[in-house]
Structures are given as structure tokens and as C-alpha cells.
Ligand binder design. Structure first.
Ligand SMILES: *[C@@H]1O[C@H](CO)[C@@H](O)[C@H](O)[C@H]1NC(C)=O
Ligand SMILES: *[C@@H]1O[C@H](CO)[C@@H](O)[C@H](O)[C@H]1NC(C)=O
Ligand SMILES: *[C@@H]1O[C@H](CO)[C@@H](O)[C@H](O)[C@H]1NC(C)=O
Ligand SMILES: *[C@@H]1O[C@H](CO)[C@@H](O)[C@H](O)[C@H]1NC(C)=O
Ligand SMILES: *[C@@H]1O[C@H](CO)[C@@H](O)[C@H](O)[C@H]1NC(C)=O
Length: 371
């Protein structure tokens, strides 16, 4: 008998999908329309599956000139209206032209009345439900965080808690982190920044000790985990501010701290070359930088290299399992036609140094991403 030996070569099938993200063009949907999607979360729940974006739709309101938060709350101010939707968009590859509108997360009449900011979605592995939270404020009432649930990322979502019981009582911007052990955490601003643990279902805050960061007048946080290290990123308040803000980086070995600030300080507030910054300013017609906000709050000689306020960090994992952390920021007041819903975003991959610190961020016109 002749023993036949078959040598089977197992060639792994790895599909590399390279896409270009262009910061000089608006983001468009599959019909070529500019997507009206701001201050939200973007994530994939299944490897190779769709990306889901839950974001604010401000509508086609034309911003009056001057500062983004002038007369905040006035009906003519595009960023402060009661009918803004939390819209859901999907995309297979994050590119402009790939976004499909999947509907609104919840009808305006079925959520607590208020001006809504920063919807964030997470999947809760404990309850197997998607949990959507958003910040809302009503005139004369301080900010609260609403909690809603759904069996799918496209909803419809049902409110389970109209006011998350954070220790500080009221809150502004926030972000959520689901840890590898299923525990949920919220980072939120209440003038200073705080991190608190959530209950198993994420409907409430747990009673564990809260971590408080040192600065005041900060907002727009991101809480994320990479290689066992927890990162908290945030910066000086920048209320729909045209000039953008920076990024301070804090790191910890536990989600509830203690956190230590990265040594070289803010990674996106820099003394800017006036020639360069002037070109960027030309993207808007009549908006003005808000004095004393963004990088200028900390040091009047510095400005945001990214011309945007931090929004969210997207985890993009390619077919080889390597993850890119894509930083996203909102470019408030920078739509060339002044329409609030057309305000663009700025995206760039974060570069981590070997010691886990994050490199300084400088404007890039475009980059290639392996999705
Ligand atoms: C919110 O969504 C509804 C239903 O699609 C739509 O009629 C309304 O114009 C939207 N509001 C804004 C501000 O875009
Ligand atoms: C990205 O997705 C869109 C929408 O499905 C598709 O038309 C486009 O070809 C994709 N781009 C790449 C590079 O795969
Ligand atoms: C929030 O409410 C939940 C549910 O009632 C409770 O278990 C928890 O202790 C409260 N959290 C704080 C920080 O008081
Ligand atoms: C500022 O920009 C000008 C023109 O692009 C360039 O020549 C100069 O080197 C820049 N200066 C700094 C400090 O980056
Ligand atoms: C800003 O620049 C001015 C003029 O160069 C200088 O006098 C001032 O000390 C600088 N401020 C800071 C906070 O660096």
C-alpha cells in the first residue's frame, strides 16, 4: 500500500478593505445628500458587520452669524430646539457616500421634553439589550441623562429612566464604556469631569465611589480601553464653538481611577501658525471664535489644531483583528452654507506610543483606513 500524503495548505482568507476618509468633504449618504449627524456614537457590534451611528439631527436651520451659543435657548438658535431627532445611520465601511438612514431612535413625543445632546449607544451583555442614553435640558431645568432600551441597535427605543441618578445631580456631555467583564461606566461633565459605575442593567448608577478629575470648565469626554489601560479624554468647554477645543489625555489601570494626566499636556491645543489657521477659518462665512472657550480658555495664545470639539472615538477592527482608534470631532459653525445640519466632522486615527501615551494631533486632510 502506498500511503498518500496530502499536504493541505491553509491559506487564511483575509479581506483587506481600504477606504479613504476625506476631511475636506462633507459626509454624504447613499443618495449623495450631506448627512445631518452630529455629536453621537459610531460602532460595530459584529466583526465585519455594519457600523451604527446614533447622532443628533439638527435640521436645515441657518445659523445666525457670530458665536454658536449666543442667546442659547432662543428659538432662532439652531442648536437649541426641542424637535431635534436622534437619528440612526448605518454604513459597511464608514466612507462618505456609504451612510443609509435607518430611522429615528425614538419619537420626539415619546421622550422627556428638552433639547437633546450627545446620544450614546452601548450593548449590555448582561441583559442582551441595547442601551441608548442622551443628555437633555429644558429651559430653567439643569441637564439630565435619559436611558432607553431596545432589542436591536435600530430601535425603536423605550425610555426606562428619565433621569439617571448620577451623584452630581445634573450633567452635560458624557460617554459610556462597557468593560470586558460587562460592567458599565459613565464619564460625565458637571463643570468638572466624573466617572461612575452603572448598575448591571445600566439603568442607574451603582453606589461605588465616584472618581473626580481635577479641572473645571471641561466637557465632551471620551472613556475608552486599550490593552488593559483606561483612557479618559476631554477638554475645555467649547459651546458650539467655531474654533474647536483640544484633547487632554488621562490614563488609569482601573475604570474608577486613579487617573494620571499624560505628561506633555494637551495634545491638540497648540500655538498656531497664523497663516495655516486662517485658511481653515475660511470654511465658514460668518461665525466667530467664542472668546475664552476651547484652547483659548487655558491659554489665549493656543488654538485647536483640529478645528473641532471632541465627539467620539470609533474602534475600527480590520480582518486581521487589529484595531484602529479613530478620533472624531464636530466642526461647529463651519458649514460653508451656515446650515447647522451641514456642519462637518473631523476624523483622524490616534497614534499610540510604545508607553501607551497618545501622540499629539495635527490636522490631516485625509487618511486611509483598513475597515
Ligand atoms: C425629525 O424627524 C421627523 C420624522 O422623520 C421629521 O419630520 C423632522 O423634520 C425631523 N426634525 C429635524 C429637526 O430634522
Ligand atoms: C463602502 O460602502 C458603500 C455602500 O455600501 C459602497 O458603495 C462602497 O463601494 C464601499 N466602499 C468600499 C471601498 O468598499
Ligand atoms: C441610583 O439608583 C439605584 C436604583 O434605585 C440605586 O441602587 C443606586 O444606589 C443609586 N445610585 C446612587 C449613586 O445613589
Ligand atoms: C508657518 O507657515 C509658513 C507658511 O506655510 C511656513 O513657512 C512657516 O515655516 C510656518 N511656521 C511654523 C512655526 O510652523
Ligand atoms: C501669549 O503671548 C503673549 C505675546 O507673545 C505673551 O506676552 C504671553 O505671555 C503669552 N501667554 C501665555 C499664557 O503664554
Amino acid at each position: 500500500m502506498i500511503a498518500h500524503m496530502y499536504i493541505v495548505l491553509l491559506i487564511p482568507i483575509v479581506t483587506t478593505v481600504l477606504v479613504t476618509i476625506d476631511n475636506q468633504q462633507p459626509r454624504r449618504d447613499v443618495n449623495g445628500e450631506i448627512i445631518d449627524a452630529h455629536d453621537g456614537s459610531i460602532q460595530q457590534f459584529v466583526p465585519g458587520g455594519l457600523y451604527y451611528m446614533h447622532a443628533m439631527q439638527y435640521g436645515l436651520c441657518k445659523e445666525p452669524p457670530n458665536y454658536g451659543c449666543d442667546g442659547a435657548g432662543m428659538p432662532e438658535k439652531c442648536g437649541f430646539q426641542l424637535d431635534h431627532n436622534i437619528s440612526i445611520w448605518t454604513s459597511p465601511n464608514l466612507t462618505s457616500g456609504s451612510w443609509t438612514y435607518a430611522g429615528n431612535a425614538i419619537d420626539v413625543t415619546k421622550r422627556p421634553a428638552g433639547i437633546v445632546f450627545r446620544p450614546h449607544l452601548v450593548y449590555n451583555p448582561n441583559t442582551k439589550l441595547y442601551v441608548l442614553m442622551w443628555n437633555y435640558m429644558n429651559f430653567g431645568v439643569s441637564g439630565q441623562i435619559a436611558v432607553a432600551i431596545s432589542e436591536t441597535p435600530i430601535g425603536p427605543f423605550v425610555v426606562v429612566n428619565t433621569a439617571l441618578n448620577i451623584t452630581r445631580g445634573s450633567s452635560g456631555d458624557f460617554d459610556l464604556l462597557v468593560d470586558t467583564d460587562g460592567k458599565g461606566y459613565i464619564i460625565y461633565s458637571a463643570n468638572s469631569m466624573n466617572v461612575e459605575e452603572l448598575t448591571t442593567n445600566y439603568y442607574y448608577t451603582a453606589s461605588s465611589p465616584r472618581y473626580v478629575f481635577p479641572e473645571t470648565f471641561v466637557e465632551a469626554p471620551v472613556l475608552m480601553k486599550r490593552d488593559g489601560t483606561y483612557y479618559a479624554l476631554y477638554d475645555w468647554c467649547c459651546c458650539y464653538c467655531f474654533q474647536g477645543s483640544g484633547v487632554m489625555v488621562y490614563r488609569a489601570q482601573s475604570p474608577l481611577g486613579p487617573y494620571l494626566q499624560q505628561q506633555d499636556g494637551d495634545i491638540a491645543c497648540k500655538t498656531m501658525n497664523r497663516t495655516i489657521s486662517k485658511t481653515r477659518i475660511q470654511t465658514s462665512i460668518s461665525a466667530l471664535p467664542t472668546p475664552g472657550q476651547g484652547c483659548q480658555y487655558h491659554n489665549g495664545n493656543t488654538t485647536s489644531t483640529l478645528r473641532s470639539q471632541q465627539n467620539f472615538v470609533i474602534k475600527v477592527t480590520n480582518a486581521q483583528g487589529l484595531t484602529t482608534f479613530v478620533w472624531t470631532g464636530d466642526r461647529w459653525q463651519q458649514a460653508p452654507d451656515r446650515i447647522k445640519g451641514h456642519e462637518p466632522q473631523y476624523w483622524m486615527p490616534l497614534h499610540f506610543n510604545s508607553d501607551g501615551s497618545i501622540d499629539t494631533l495635527d490636522w490631516i486632510d485625509e487618511f486611509t483606513l483598513d475597515v
